[in-house]
Design a protein around this ligand. Sequence first.
Ligand code: HEM
Length: 474
Amino acid sequence: MLKGIKDLPGPKGLPLVGTMFDLDLPILHQQIEQWADTYGDVFRLDLPIKNQMVVTRPSMIQAISADRPEGFVRAKKMNTILQEGGVHGVFNAEGEEWRIHRSLVTKGLDVKHQKQFFPHLVSTIERLFEKWKKDAVSGEPFSIQQDLLRFTVDVSVWLAFGYEINTLEQKGGVIQDHMEKIFPTLFKRINDPIPWYRIIRSRESREFDNAVLEINKLVDKFITDAKSKIEQDPELKEHPSNLIQAILVASETESKIGPKEVRGDLLTLLMAGEDTTAHTLNWMIFELASLPDIQRSIRKELDEVLLNDEYIKEYTLNSKLKYIEAVTNESLRFRPVAPIILHEAIRDTVIEGYEIKSGQMILTQHRHSALNDKYFTNAKSFQPERWLKESRCPVHNTDAFTPFGSGPRYCPGRNLAILEIKNVIAMLFKNFEVELVTPANDVKEIMAFTMMASEFKVRLKKKKGGRNLPTNLN
Ligand code: HEM
């Protein structure tokens, strides 16, 4: 017999408001994990305006993700809120419009562009290396998260706009200060069952508006500059040299890509590429700081592949770093920074005996199964070796490993993110020892659109037995 939303188990809430007051947004992903342990991998959350179906079962998540954009869209509420924030690009477009955005963005992030872009990534790694050499000399504890956010924004801005903004060397007032204000507010607005922000103009709302305005101003400046470059050099119409030029050229012939959409895609890439990659790296460094055996294996691989080089200087070497790739996967299994995706059905359907009506909101949570022994042997133990062919564990179901989503809308920045991660981790562990200064137990997961770590401090030391590290920054 088919089961509808009403037949699903779930936490008991209060009349009318349901579980609204039980939701604790900064740990929403963990609450869902606890409820899934109690009520199973498909359950219901009673909320004031619409009840939500929650799914953690991999096969169902795969089926929902595969039926996009025809059967499921990103929650319409999310689209409205993103558009209010000026974002009108690939992440929140749907239907035919999404297909056009997606094809543009995917081309801009493909392997050909990654190779072209690699020398710039190397020079950004060099700048990060200089900064960390200085930190190692001073021995002062610092928040590595701040450096990683600056690193990824420098990379994303160059990739999307062809600009060197060099925030790594700046102190305050940089683009991240604005972006920091955007994500937590967006997440709150999307998950608040009642849109309080439309009624109450809080300080947070004003700061959000200001941050959106400032970032849009910056993006507009990049667009104006790119347009004038194309005018001066018509050859760029045939061979655009970066993503902004490619999108601008396409917008001349493609009626569905107007100025609002051009700006939306660029803003999306900036936002999607910065936070996710930086927080993944931050979590990885946090985990590795207390795993000396895994650090040793990383260093062994680096000594074999990089020889005497301090960081990766040739693109082809990336594919040789199999162990670092395995550690990256394992870290993403433990700390997927985008563990929740909100879908909305746009036609009636049945999946695995569950009846889903058009308009049904479905929240998929992607970590619950990844840390379950049903899908991975010893799922709660951090074992990068499980990702290597020669040491695969008996249970290894990659359907339960979807840190980049799945189906036609899976993350188009996946390969770029892995490339950035490999290059930072290689440089860090080839040259430095990382000591966690903040006690590990004090570091908490905070869900604010991306699932980030609460602030922690590390101290860097020159790696034992390593070469002397001359610094250019003294
Ligand atoms: C470790 C880093 C990253 C993680 C964990 C991550 C994760 C995700 C996830 C879970 C989604 C939603 C997929 C879905 O709906 O099924 C997504 C979408 C997206 N990501 Fe990423 N991402 C990362 C890095 C990046 C980078 C570096 C870029 C680009 C510079 C990027 C661009 C995008 C875009 C444009 C979308 C929307 C795709 C669409 O709706 O068609 N991401 N990402």
